[in-house]
Design a protein around this ligand. Structure first.
Ligand code: AMP
Length: 219
């Protein structure tokens, strides 16, 4: 799943993962866990993430490889937030070709890019709140919880991500334009890019995604 921060990759990725019974793998989530646990990688990534910049490619490969080698990925997986640079896309193609497809059915990855208007992204990111317990994502402007700042599912106090502050958001959107947009071009050249209009209501976007996946998952 490609798309700028706030496009809905996390929300839509969760729905697809649940539907197919496969894991949703978010490199941002894994990195945030490393930061929380203060691992070697977490200590390096912390400041970079707080500035809204990308963590260097070579620091991510072992982390992603380790996650994709776990048994729950054998039937497939959703990648959310990876690859984010053309180098990562090249690494992923080689990894899937050399390693993953030996074990699983030889299906080409489906590459979806969710496109959203810039001002809408700002609104979504500044209003985003997450439940620290179940991971459900809300938006105080667009999809507020039933009770202010509390999760509908488990009543936990919702949190704002450290990098969802306006000055950091601008950096993250810039990183997307400069470093991640070329990833979509990489897949477009290979005829594998499926652009989806992410400005539509959440359920409509999900409907489009499920249709596209059904059409393209002919393995
Ligand atoms: P996300 O939750 O996907 O918005 O990611 C949060 C932050 O984690 C990003 O702003 C980056 O600093 C870092 N990050 C996540 N995935 C990657 C990646 N594939 N490459 C480099 N940095 C990443």
């Amino acid at each position: 799943m490609l798309g700028p921060p706030g496009a809905g990759k996390g929300t839509q990725g969760k729905r697809i993962a649940q539907h197919y019974g496969i894991p949703q793998i978010s490199t941002g989530d894994i990195l945030r866990e490393h930061v929380k646990q203060a691992t070697g990688l977490g200590l390096i990534a912390k400041d970079i993430m707080a500035r809204g910049e990308l963590v260097p490619d070579e620091l991510l490969y072992d982390m992603v490889a380790e996650r994709l080698r776990r048994a729950d990925c054998e039937r497939g997986f959703i990648l959310d937030g990876f690859p984010r640079t053309p180098a990562q896309a090249g690494w992923l193609d080689a990894f899937l070709e050399n390693e993953f497809f030996e074990k699983a059915a030889k299906c080409l990855p489906i590459v979806i890019r969710i496109d959203v208007d810039y001002n809408e992204l700002l609104l979504r990111l500044t209003g985003r709140r997450t439940c620290p317990v179940c991971g459900r994502i809300y938006n105080v402007h667009l999809q507020p919880p039933r009770v202010d700042e509390l999760c509908d599912v488990d009543g936990s106090k919702l949190v704002t991500r450290n990098d969802d502050r306006e000055e950091v958001i601008r950096e993250r959107l810039l990183a997307y334009e400069q470093q991640t947009r070329p990833v979509a071009e990489y897949y477009e050249r290979k005829g594998r890019l499926i652009p989806v209009d992410g400005d539509l209501p959440v359920d409509e976007v999900s409907g489009t995604l499920f249709r596209e996946i059904a059409t393209h998952s002919g393995c």
